[in-house]
Design a protein around this ligand. Structure first.
Ligand code: PHE
Length: 457
């Protein structure tokens, strides 16, 4: 029977490995680097609240839909969609959704790898002496020095993407299963410990107020678009990462339950990161809205003052790099699985080819902090454009199409059999969110945002 079709690339050994792998994909720079910096730039509480709303009402339902496509099709996203479209007598053009995901993956990974390179650089910096005596001024200087040096950035970016390509070329489950099983829980423990420290020594009250006081005056349509984009980015939606991981999911695992766990873990980690960063920001008088450098600057100050700061700092940045690494793997995997299946290339050459292309785009991203700093068409540099187009346009658009495809086009029988829960109420609520809430919300947010005018002007 087609619903128990064999996977072309093997299966996870259990549902737990899927949970760990999907959480490994979801938890990454999006939670620890991007969530705090966007929160800081957009005034705190209101942004956080809208973000949480989007995660719950449209993010998790779309996550379930993506996993359903993956497990039903048991192929890379493009071919899984194609197969389902054929079975359901739908247009083959739906596979464009998978192709769009591939483009989104390329673009996302190219800037992602640059930021992951910063984290890798900090693993090294934390061991040098200037780090131990850093204050708010010198920690800014450490960050500025790093991003103004193309050579340093190139080195760390290359090291990071190289290791991602290497592991993907070896096949996902082998390296990934082992890495996520130990390191992800360790990262979690580390975050909790550091959050406790930060709440004790930092300005916990101001941070809590900042994160939860909902001042709706800061909530413009662009901020809402950023919150949608962040929900998709953080949950790894809209580009096929969860389709590919879903395609390795054993048939008897409950998709809704599994996705709910992953969504909650992801959100929890983002909130932990918020409670870790902002008490320090306020206690040391740092600038909350300083942008992408926020986490790096803030943590440097914290580690310098902390007992055993170097040990903590080293472990923290190492684990952050690993978290970025497990996310990056999931960004590259759909492309590679697709070219292995469709082009008949080997896993090895597919990984290196796609990876090198991403590395190349990444070079333009890293140059936007130095040599190409003044190249800002439409008010954004290349790095900002990659981040903007992938997180705020391609991922939500991909998610929108997933919602329409699964919610409106695939037959109810098929999705019900994959959804697999025995509660009709749960199924109906999910289907309602997927069919109506998700597409309508994304459409309204898109139509209202001035960013889109900019894009198509
Ligand atoms: N969710 C990852 C993070 O938060 C990034 C990512 C986006 C991974 C899209 C895969 C797909 O870091």
């Amino acid at each position: 029977m087609s619903s128990t079709r064999e996977s072309l690339h093997g299966l996870w050994s259990s549902r737990w490995v899927f949970i760990l792998a999907a959480a490994g994909s979801a938890v990454g720079l999006g939670n620890i680097w991007r969530f705090p910096y966007l929160t800081g730039e957009n005034g705190g509480g209101a942004f956080v609240l809208v973000y949480l709303g989007f995660v719950l009402l449209i993010g998790i339902p779309i996550m379930i839909a993506e996993t359903i496509i993956g497990r039903r099709g048991r192929r890379s996203p493009v071919n899984a969609i194609l197969l389902i479209a054929e079975e359901e007598s739908l247009s083959r053009h739906w596979s464009a959704l998978g192709l769009m995901g591939i483009i989104a993956g390329f673009l996302t990974l190219s800037f992602y790898s640059v930021v992951a390179g910063w984290s890798l650089a900090y693993v090294y910096f934390v061991l040098t002496s200037s780090f131990a005596t850093a204050n708010s001024l010198s920690s800014e200087a450490i960050f500025t020095n790093l991003i103004s040096s193309p050579v340093q950035l190139l080195f760390w970016h290359t090291l990071f993407i190289g290791s991602v390509i290497w592991i993907v070329s070896k096949g996902v489950s082998l390296g990934l299963e082992r890495a996520v099983k130990i390191l992800m829980p360790l990262l979690f423990v580390m975050l909790v410990l550091m959050m406790i420290y930060s709440l004790l020594v930092g300005d916990a009250l101001s941070a809590t107020k900042y994160l939860f006081a909902t001042d709706f005056s800061s909530l413009t349509s662009d901020v809402i678009l950023l919150a949608v984009g962040q929900a998709f980015f953080s949950l790894s939606l809209g580009m096929g990462a969860l389709m590919i991981y879903g395609s390795y999911l054993p048939h008897d695992a409950s998709i809704p339950r599994t996705c709910l766990i992953v969504g909650c873990v992801d959100t929890l980690v983002a909130l932990l990161a918020g409670f870790l960063i902002f008490p320090i920001v306020f206690a040391y008088g740092l600038e909350a809205g300083q942008g992408p450098g926020l986490v790096f600057v803030t943590l440097t100050v914290a580690f310098a003052d902390m007992p055993f700061g170097q040990v903590f700092g080293f472990t923290f940045f190492l684990l952050l790099t690993v978290a970025a690494w497990t996310s990056a793997i999931s960004l590259l995997e759909p492309v590679v699985a697709w070219s292995v299946e469709s082009k008949g290339w080997s896993r090895n050459s597919s990984s290196w080819l796609a990876g090198c292309l991403i590395w190349l785009i990444g070079i333009f991203c890293l140059l936007s902090f130095n040599e190409l700093k003044d190249f800002t068409p439409g008010g954004r540099n290349i790095f900002d454009w990659s981040e903007y187009i992938s997180a705020n346009v391609l991922l939500p658009l991909g998610g929108f199409l997933v919602a329409v495809f699964v919610g409106w086009r695939v037959s109810r029988m098929t999705i019900a059999s994959e959804f697999g829960a025995n509660s009709a109420k749960l199924f109906n609520s999910w289907l309602f969110l997927l069919k109506y809430c998700a597409p309508i919300a994304v459409t309204i947010v898109f139509l209202n945002s001035s960013g889109l005018d900019l894009l198509f002007r």
